[in-house]
Design a protein around this ligand. Structure first.
Ligand SMILES: Nc1ncnc2c1ncn2[C@@H]1O[C@H](COP(=O)(O)OP(=O)(O)OP(=O)(O)O)[C@@H](O)[C@H]1O
Ligand SMILES: [Mg+2]
Length: 264
């Protein structure tokens, strides 16, 4: 049985895709079987992982009544499997509006659950139907945040929406829990440390028990490192591009924490 982790924040540019790529590649290096799903219409994960864009996408799988899931799964150069995103996902709110459509992602993941150790979902910077699908499909959420106020609001929005989805649904209760917060592009400045304090306090006091793991969600930072953008230009995880960089080290610590919470 796989464990599904969604990376999310409605705020854009807070490191969701970077975190998905790094966590996926580190888990792969640790010989875990990993699938990443690009749910974002921007398709940054798909592009960065150098996926084949001619294969069926997540949009095709959601649109097809009898989808060939295996045809949409491809191994990317970093070694993990990926289901590509699609710009057509901009239509998702209109096209997947039936009550049952909320389970499209959960059903897809159920069908693949035996094939993977970890399934990672890279969400769009939006509070939309696709994010709602993630609440139902994921076991855990990891929220990404930078030092901006908007990304703190984004954490509150996830807490609010997750509670909404915890009410009994038509088919099953969404039981995803918040596992942690990654503060990305972290700088050891007054602002950086203040945000760290605010998020720690939020995590301890503002997340209802129903959507919290037994352990208090982790708050871990990834230092701002030029190598992250350089690696992006080379279409490589920073883990491969410069594994001694601070960001690469921080992501390895985060993956250790994730594994310890899931496998122990
Ligand atoms: N630790 C880091 N150090 C330096 N730059 C970083 C770091 N983490 C992320 N970045 C940069 O920040 C930018 C935004 O990151 P990313 O695309 O992962 O965010 P996102 O939340 O997925 O964005 P979107 O909401 O648009 O999907 C990218 O240019 C990325 O290279
Ligand atoms: Mg992204």
């Amino acid at each position: 049985m796989s464990v599904t982790i969604a990376l999310a924040n409605q705020k854009g540019g807070v490191g969701k895709t970077t975190s998905t790529i790094e966590i996926a590649s580190i888990l792969t290096k640790l010989e875990k079987k990993v699938l990443a799903i690009d749910l974002d219409q921007q398709c940054n994960l798909t592009k960065n992982a150098e996926a084949d864009k001619s294969l069926p996408t997540i949009y095709d799988l959601f649109s097809d009544d009898d989808p060939d899931i295996n045809a949409a799964i491809q191994k990317v150069p970093a070694g993990y499997d990926l289901i590509a995103g699609s710009s057509s996902m901009s239509k998702a709110d209109k096209e997947f509006e039936d009550i049952d459509d909320a389970y499209l992602l959960a059903d897809l993941i159920d069908a693949l659950s035996d094939d993977y150790d970890y399934i990672l979902i890279d969400n769009a910077p939006a509070r939309n139907r696709l994010l709602n699908m993630s609440y139902i499909a994921a076991d855990y959420f990891i929220m990404c945040a930078d030092s901006g106020e908007d990304s703190l609001d984004g954490i509150d929005a996830i807490v609010t929406d997750m509670m909404k989805y915890h009410k009994p649904g038509k088919r099953k209760l969404a039981d995803s829990k918040i596992m942690g917060v990654i503060i990305t592009r972290f700088r050891q400045t007054n602002i950086g440390n203040t945000v760290l304090d605010i998020i720690n306090e939020k995590v301890e006091n503002d997340i209802p028990d129903e959507i919290k793991t037994e352990k208090i969600p982790f708050v871990m930072s990834v230092r701002e490192t030029a190598a992250v953008d350089e690696a992006k230009m080379m279409h490589q995880p920073v883990q491969t591009y410069k594994k001694s960089s601070t960001a690469a080290i921080d992501y390895r610590n985060i993956v250790d924490e994730i594994i310890s919470r899931i496998e122990e």
